[in-house]
Write a protein that binds this ligand. Structure first.
Ligand code: UD1
Ligand code: UDP
Length: 474
C-alpha cells in the first residue's frame, strides 16, 4: 500500500511540474496507454522501472547526461468494471490514471474509433516524447494509430511509438488481436519482443533489426514481483480448496483442483464451439473440481445460450471441493488469480497471458485454441495446444494430468524486461536529442529494412551507446 501511495504522489507531482507539456533538455515525457485487463500487468513494471531509472544514479553509466523520464498514464476505459480494471490498480500498486478516456464496450469499429477520437486531444495537449502501447487489444491499435499520424507544433514532430510485446503472431487474421498486433508493429519505432519467435516474425515481415529488441516479458516481471504477495491470498480458503491434510495433520494443503478461463470470441461467441469445449472437460470434472473465474463476455454468452446447467454457482465461501463440476465464480483480482494458478493441478485456458504465466509457474496448461502466438510456452514451457474439439481436449487434459515433463523458463523471462525497455527508450531519446529533436520528424528518421537510418540520425549516435545495445542482444 505504501509503495502504491509513493507511486501516486510521485506521478501526480511529476505531471504538475510538466504541465507545460513539452519537456525541455534531457527531461522526457513518456505516455503509457492501458485499456484492458492484461494491459495492467504488462504496464505496471514499466512504471516501476521508470521510477527506478530516475532514482538510479548509475544511469550516467553510458557516459551521457542523465535523462529524467516523467510519465503520463492514460486509461482508455476499454475495461471498466472494478473486477476487470480497478482491482488491478490496487493489486499491482499502479497509480490512478492521469486521464481516463471512459470509452467502454462497443463494437470493434466504434470502440477503436472512439478511443482514437478521445486520445487525439490528450496526445496533442501532453506532447509526450514517446507513447508506449502494450499487448494486442483495441486500445493498443487505436492509440498507436493516432500517435503515428499526429504532428506536434511547432516542432513538426510526432512521438516515438513503442510497442511492448511485439512480433507475436498466431497467423490467424480472424483473431481481432492478430490484426491489432500486425498493424501496431508496422507503426512502431521501437519493438520489444518477449520471445525469439517475435524477433523472427518481425524480421520476416521486413522490419529493420535496428528497431527490434529482445528483452523478455513484462507480464512475467509482474508475476516475479507479485508471487510472494500472492501466496498470502486467502482465495483457496474462500473457495473451500484448502481442506486436505498434508498427512501428519499439522497443516492444510490445497486439494487437487483445476482452473478454467475462457473468453476468446471464437470459443464463446459460437454456441457449438463453446459446448464442445465444455463437453471436452467431462473427464476432468469427474477427477477434481474445476474453478472458472468467468470473463464478462463469457457470462453474457452463458445466459444468451442457456448453458447454465453446465455450471455450479455456489460462489465464494462454498466448498468447491465437495461440489464437483465447473464452479463458476466472478473474475478474480490478480493476486487471488495468481494464487489459484500456482496451486492448481492443471489450467485450461484460451488466454494469451495465462499460457505464459503457467509456464513460469510450471503448472501444466491446456490451451483450447487451434494455435498460439506464444510458441515458447509449448517448445520450452508447460503448454499443450489442444484445439477446440471435445476429443482432442479430453486427450490433452488426460496427458497433462499425468504430466511429469520438466519445463524450463524461457530466455530473459527473469523479471527484468521493463528495466531493459526503459534503458533502451532513454538511450534512443538521448540519441535523437543529440540529432536535434527527440521525436520523429520525417520518414528518414526511421530505420527501414532496406537501409540504415539517414545520415543525420546515424551520425548522431553517441559513441558510448554500445553497452546498452549489447545488453539488449538481438
Ligand atoms: C478484450 C481484448 C482481448 C483480451 C481481453 C482481455 C480486444 C479486441 N480484445 O476482449 O484481446 O484478451 O480483452 O480480457 O481488444 N465487459 C464488461 N465489463 C468490462 C469489460 C467488458 O462487462 O469491464 C463485457 C461487455 O459486455 C463487453 C464484453 O465484455 O461487450 C467484451 O469486452 P471487450 O473489451 O469488447 O472485449 P474482451 O472480450 O474483453
Ligand atoms: N487474470 C486475473 N483474473 C482472472 C483471470 C485472469 O487476474 O480472473 C489475469 C491473468 O493472471 C493474466 C491476465 O489476467 O495476468 C490475462 O488476461 P486475459 O486472459 O483477460 O487476456 P489475454 O492474456 O488473453 O489477452
Amino acid at each position: 500500500m505504501l509503495e502504491s501511495h509513493l507511486l501516486i504522489a510521485a506521478n501526480s507531482s511529476r505531471v504538475k511540474s510538466e504541465k507545460s507539456a513539452r519537456v525541455q533538455g534531457m527531461q522526457y515525457k513518456i505516455m503509457i496507454v492501458v485499456g484492458a485487463r492484461p494491459n495492467f500487468m504488462k504496464a505496471a513494471p514499466l512504471i516501476a522501472a521508470l521510477h527506478n531509472y530516475n532514482d538510479c544514479r548509475e544511469r550516467t553509466r553510458f557516459g551521457g547526461t542523465a535523462a529524467c523520464l516523467g510519465y503520463v498514464l492514460v486509461h482508455t476505459g476499454q475495461h471498466y468494471d472494478g473486477r476487470m480494471s480497478g482491482r488491478f490498480f490496487e493489486d499491482l500498486g499502479l497509480p490512478p490514471p492521469n486521464v481516463n478516456l471512459g470509452v467502454g464496450s462497443k463494437s470493434h469499429a466504434t470502440q477503436t474509433a472512439e478511443i482514437m477520437q478521445k486520445f487525439e486531444p490528450v496526445l496533442s495537449q501532453e506532447q509526450p516524447n514517446a507513447v508506449i502501447v502494450v499487448g494486442d487489444v483495441n486500445s493498443t491499435l487505436a492509440c498507436s494509430l493516432v500517435a503515428a499520424k499526429t504532428v506536434f507544433k511547432p516542432s513538426d514532430t510526432r512521438p516515438l511509438i513503442v510497442h511492448v510485446e511485439a512480433g507475436l503472431r498466431s497467423f490467424d487474421r480472424l483473431m481481432p488481436e492478430e490484426c491489432n498486433r500486425v498493424v501496431t508493429d508496422h507503426l512502431a519505432d521501437m519493438l520489444f519482443a518477449t520471445e525469439n519467435s517475435g524477433v523472427t516474425n518481425l524480421v520476416k515481415e521486413g522490419i529493420s533489426k535496428d528497431r527490434i529488441y529482445f528483452v523478455g516479458n513484462t507480464m512475467v516481471d509482474s508475476l516475479v514481483a507479485s508471487k510472494e504477495r500472492a501466496r498470502h491470498s486467502t482465495i483457496l480458503g474462500q473457495l473451500g480448496l484448502q481442506s486436505a491434510s498434508n498427512g501428519n495433520g499439522c497443516r492444510t494443503v490445497p486439494a487437487p483442483y483445476a482452473v478454467l478461463t475462457l473468453h476468446r470470441p471464437s470459443n464463446v461467441d459460437n454456441r457449438d464451439v463453446f459446448v464442445n469445449i465444455l463437453d471436452g472437460l467431462k473427464d476432468l470434472i469427474a477427477q477434481c473440481p474445476v474453478i472458472f473465474p468467468c470473463h464478462p463476455r463469457t457470462s453474457a454468452r452463458i445466459r444468451e445460450f442457456a448453458l447454465e446447467h453446465y455450471f455450479v454457482t455456489n460462489g465464494h465461501g462454498s466448498n468447491a471441493q465437495s461440489t464437483r463440476g465447473i464452479n463458476l465464480i466472478q473474475p478474480l483480482g490478480y493476486l487471488d488469480f495468481l494464487c489459484l494458478m500456482m496451486h492448481a493441478r492443471l489450467v485450461v485456458t484460451d488466454s494469451g497471458g495465462v499460457q505464459e504465466e503457467t509456464t513460469c509457474l510450471r503448472v501444466p496448461c491446456v490451451t483450447v485454441r487451434e494455435n498460439t502466438e506464444r510458441p515458447v510456452t509449448f517448445t520450452c514451457g508447460t503448454n499443450v495446444i489442444a484445439g477446440t474439439k471435445k476429443d482432442s481436449i479430453r486427450k490433452a487434459v488426460e496427458r497433462q494430468m499425468q504430466s511429469t515433463a520438466i519445463a524450463c523458463t524461457p530466455d530473459k523471462w527473469d523479471g527484468k524486461a521493463a528495466a531493459r525497455i526503459v534503458d533502451a527508450i532513454a538511450l534512443e531519446l538521448q540519441k535523437r536529442s543529440a540529432a536535434g529533436h527527440s521525436g520523429i520528424k520525417s520518414p528518414c528518421d526511421l530505420a527501414t529494412a532496406d537501409g540504415p537510418r539517414d545520415e543525420r540520425a546515424s551520425n548522431s549516435v553517441p559513441k558510448n551507446s554500445g553497452p546498452a545495445r549489447e545488453r539488449l542482444e538481438l
